[in-house]
Write a new protein. Sequence first.
Length: 161
Amino acid sequence: MAAALLALRSLLWTILMPGIVAGYLPWRYFGLSGARIDWSDTLDLLGLASAGAGVLLLAACIVEFARSGRGTLSPIDPPRHLVVRGLYRYVRNPMYLAVTLILLGEAALLHSLNLVAYWACFFVAANVFVIGYEEPYLRSRFGVSYDAYTQKVGRWVPRFR
């Protein structure tokens, strides 16, 4: 029962957070609803590959948050344990990077500089949130184990050991 409830909470927050940012808003305001793939256009194919990779990486992160952390991607329903497995072994913020891949993939697919600008706003906001709230919260919650983690794993650039 607890696992099913966690799965439902994870699904809800996935729809409400990256679903709106990388799905609904590009669909509604940037023309994603009218996207047509030109299979002979390299930029379209790169965009499709980038967005697809982003979706897969995001799903992997959400599953790892539930499995290892026993929580969701929402700041109001966070993991109960520090997640340092899976993609989190290489980079501290793989969910934001996954959303980046989705948004930049959509921008390539649509050939949209407006969507690139939207991504830039998203990424600035993500940085402000991560540096201003998330990292101090994790440091206060997990203490020295989080400090040790930040010494080994980069915020945005993966470190392969």
